[in-house]
Structure formats: structure tokens, C-alpha cells
Design a protein around this ligand. Sequence first.
Ligand code: ADP
Length: 625
Amino acid sequence: MSNSAYRLAALLLALGIFLFDVLSPLEGAIAVLYVLVVLVAARTLRRVDVLVAAAGTIVLTLLAYAISHGLEDFGSPALRATVSLAAIAIATVLALQSQAATATLAAQARLLNLSHDMIFVRDIRGVITFWNDAAAEVYGWSADEAIGRVADELLGTKYPADRAVVEAALLKNGRWEGLLEQRTRTGARLVLDSRWAMQRDRFGNNVGVLETHTDITERQAAHAALVRSERRYRRMFDSSRIGVIEEDWSAVRTELANLAEAGTSISDHLAANPDFYARARRLIKILDVNAALLSMVSAHDRMQLLTTLDDVLGAADTTFAGALVAFARGDAFYEGETEMVSSDGKSFPVLFTITFPSSPDDGGKALVYVMDITERKRAQDAIQQAQAELAHAARVATLGELTASIAHEVSQPLMAVVTNGEAGMRWLRREPPEFNEVEIALGRVVAEGRRASDIVKRIRAFLMKAPSHRDELALSALLEDAAALVQRELAKVNVQLKIELQPHLPNIRGDRVQLQQVLVNLMINAAHAMAGQRGARMQFITAAKTEVNDIEIIVRDTGPGIPHEHLQRLFEPFFTTKPDGMGMGLAICKTTVEAHGGRMTVESLPGQGATFRVTLPSGDAFAAA
Ligand code: ADP
């Protein structure tokens, strides 16, 4: 009923009572019934309605009294009227008090309705007695539908533990908190963060429970998705057959940022402060490694490896400086080939890719993927070894053939020399000697001798035939290719190679493979010479233009050098000081260089290394020729 309806009802009731009071012959306290008018007016919950009803009924009581009894008679009717007035006054006071209490409760209920959480109150039997707006909205039942129903049945509540355990905790502490599941009207299941509080009356009796529920279904789903994703990545990390290292580069990032602020380039800084390289290696912390990496470095325990990059990167590494520069430049990743150290101190070759931290909120974490290539290298070495042996065998075979054909060609004139010599001697021993015949025989000896010499010259000319290709060759590329060919051979005996080219060198002309072979031979010879020595093993190759526009390539080493008595014979075929040497290398080098129109010389002070000088005409000279 609306407020107006209550007001109208109160008015009609008051008039009815008034008429009954005035017209009825009954002598009684009929005016007491006005209490009902006050109570009906109180239902509007408005204070003014109660006061108006009270005032109106008091006036009507007095009016009825005046009409029925006049104002002189103060007997028992006056007493009855007084009782009625007292009843109206008491009812008014109680109605006002009840209204005030109801208003307070309503205000509190409105507050609860403001909450986004679902709040309801149930009595100790579980029957719902209050149901806020959020509960109506989320669960789908209105307050009218929910009030009077048993909460657990309506919402199909599922508890994390036994219901009795929850109830026991609530009774003991007066509170309970936890996660539970409930169902909405449409059947959707909600995950709720719940807080319960026991409501007690002033005697301490439990009268109800206030339940507050926060819907965390989405949060829970997002969290579960995150956990699943984390598990998936963890599995990838752990089960990958490629070694993975998680590293913290934040300290290095700070150092690099400071350098950038000071306007220093990282390459300049590295050049001026060589110790920065070692310090940066120690600044990078290892946060985690996967199982594949553990077995790669023969470690048993992850903790064993949670040190710094310096502890796992080989001392001979040359890639870290490049990685620092790439990181400073903001590159997304950097890859290369280097050496790692296993827990027993042995180095092994690896291919790696570093994925750098891309944004500041990823905590400076980089992931390094590592692949052990020991086996691959071993296979490569075996192939190279086989190739070298094959080439050696081919050389020996060719040499054998050459020797046979030289022997064959030269043996004929030699036989003729011997035969004619013997004939001449026979003519000389005759009595008298036949000088004529002797002369003829000697003439044949000389002719056959010449023939043999011609054969030898022809073979020499054949061996020294001009290079088969005459290409225009850039010296830098030629040297780089040759260096790449011997790189592993040099690394094996720890030789450091430094190449320095004068800028803007003209090209040379010649056979790329043959010239490369010359350089390779010189570099390998130097490496072999230095293999057994202590201290630095350095090799320097420089190339510059001479005054007469030739190109001079100098190959110098810090090896033992060459004894004076050997220097003269160094380029002779078959001169070697090595037990398994053939002594053909330098001879072929010299022949090749000369076939290119160049010269080759050697100088050496024993104990101070050897210097080979190869002079070749430049492309300019060829063009001019
Ligand atoms: P092989 O290498 O088969 O001995 P080579 O003709 O290449 O044949 O070399 C001849 C010899 O020259 C070597 O045995 C070595 O004694 C000497 N030799 C060559 N290069 C160097 C060098 N850089 N330092 C010292 N000795 C060298």
C-alpha cells in the first residue's frame, strides 16, 4: 500500500470511530480505538503523519466528548476520555520510537545496498532474512524471492571443507573467511571470496549470520590461465633439449645507461678500459638454467650454476664484447659461436642466441639459448683431416708420377750418354786409338747431355706454367678468405692473427686459389713453428703498396725463427726440418709467386721469428702493361 492509501485509511477510520463515538448509545471508552488510527498512520513511516493523526484524534476525542456530554459534566465519561487521550499519547510515542528505529534500520539497509559485494543475512537455520541489491543483481533472485529461502539450497553452495568444519569455526571465532562456490539463477557457477560474521543479540545468543561475498570468478580464471601459461613455459624451459640460461642484465644496463649519459660509446669505452669487459662478465647474474644446460656443463645441481656469466663463459671467448655493443644499441638478440666451461673446467664449443630484455619492466632478464656443437666440430675436424690426408696422398701420387716420367724421359739420354761414353773409351783403347770415332762418340755424349738438359728445362717450364686464372682480386677478401681457412688450425695452437691493410690498396691479378694457397702455407708454417713455444704466439700480416706500385705482403711471426744455414735452402724442393714434412710447401709458394710475376724472400733472426715477403705486381701495373 502506498502512503496516501494509509493516510486515507487512517482518515476514514478516524471519522468512523468519531461517528460511532458520537452516535452510539454505548457508554464506553470508544475513543481508545483512535490508537488504531495512529498505528495505521505510522505505516507511512513519516513522523508528520503520526503527529497529525495524534493531534486529529485528540481533537476528535475532545469534540465527541463535548457533543455527547457537554463541558460541565466531569464524571466517569471525563475519566474515560482521559484514558483514551492517554492511550493515544502512548501509542503516538511508541509509534514515533518504532518509526525512528525502522528509519535507522532502513538507512543501514540502504548502505548495504550500496555495496558491490553480495550481502545477505540468514538466521541460524540458514533462512535468508536480508538480501542486498548486489545479491539480487548477481545471483538473479529479487529480495522478495530470496528472503525466506534456505541460502545453501538456493545457491547450491560448495564449501572448500566440510560444512560442519566451517560452521564450527564460525561458532568458535564468530567469523569465517574462505573461498566457496555458488550458483546463480541461470546456473552459472561463481567463485566467491566470502566473509561471514555471526550476529548476536544482547544476551550473547546467536541470531543470524551476515554473509559478504566478492565475486572473484574472473580474477580466479585469469589467475588460473596465468598459472597454466607459467606451467607451459616452465615445461618448455625444463624439457627443451636446447640449453637455456636466464640471466639478469640489469646491472649492465645501468652501467651502459651511465656511459650513454656521459656521451661515451661502448666500443670506445671497451677500447680504453679493457677491464670493463671482465667486470661486465661478472655483473651478469645467472638466475636459472634448465636441465639440458645442467647436463651440458656436467653439473648436478641448479644451485651450482647460479653464479655469474664469468663462471660459465670460456676465457677465450671473443663474442661478449659484441653482445654488449648489440645490447647497448637496443638490438633484440645477438648470436654467435663461443666456448663454455663445464663444471670440471673443460671448455666446449657452443652456438648461442641471446634474447635481450626489451622493456624496463621485464626486470632486465635475458634468455640465452645454447647448443653444444662439440660433436659437430669433431665431425668437421674429421672431414678436414680426411681432406688434408687426401690432398697429401694426391700430392705424393702426383709427385710419384712426375718422378717416374722424369726418370723415364731422362733415362733414355742418360743411357745414350753411358753407351757413347763406353764406345768412346773403347775407341781410345784401340792400338792405335781411333780419334775420329772418339770424337763422334763424344759429340753424341754432348748431344744426349743437351737433350737431357732440355727435358729437365721442359719439365721445369711445365711446372712453372703461368697461373690458369687471371682474375682481379681484392687483397682484403683474399686475406680474409685465407685467414678463415686456417682459423681453426691457428686456434688449436692458440695463435693470434692480426691483419693490417693499408687503405685503398689496388687490386692484384692472379689465380685466387693459388695465391690463397701461398698465404695458407705461410700461416700454417708459422703456426707449426710456434706450436711448441711458451709465451705469446702472434702472427702479423700486413699489406702495403711499394714505391714502384707493387703490393708487398709481409707475413711475420713471433716463433723461433730460421737458422742462418737453413735460410739459403728454404725454398729448395724437399727441404724440410719436420719428421713428417715434404719440404715442398715453400718451393711451390715461390714458384707460384714467380708465375704471377712476383718475388718471394725470407729473412729471420733466430729467436726473433721469421718474416716472409711476397711482392706481387698490382692490378694497376697489369693494366699499364
Ligand atoms: P714442410 O712444411 O713440409 O717442412 P715447407 O717448404 O713448407 O715444408 O717448409 C720448409 C721448412 O722451412 C720447414 O720444415 C721449416 O723448418 C722451415 N720454416 C718454414 N716456415 C717457417 C717459420 N715461419 N718459422 C720457422 N721455420 C720455418
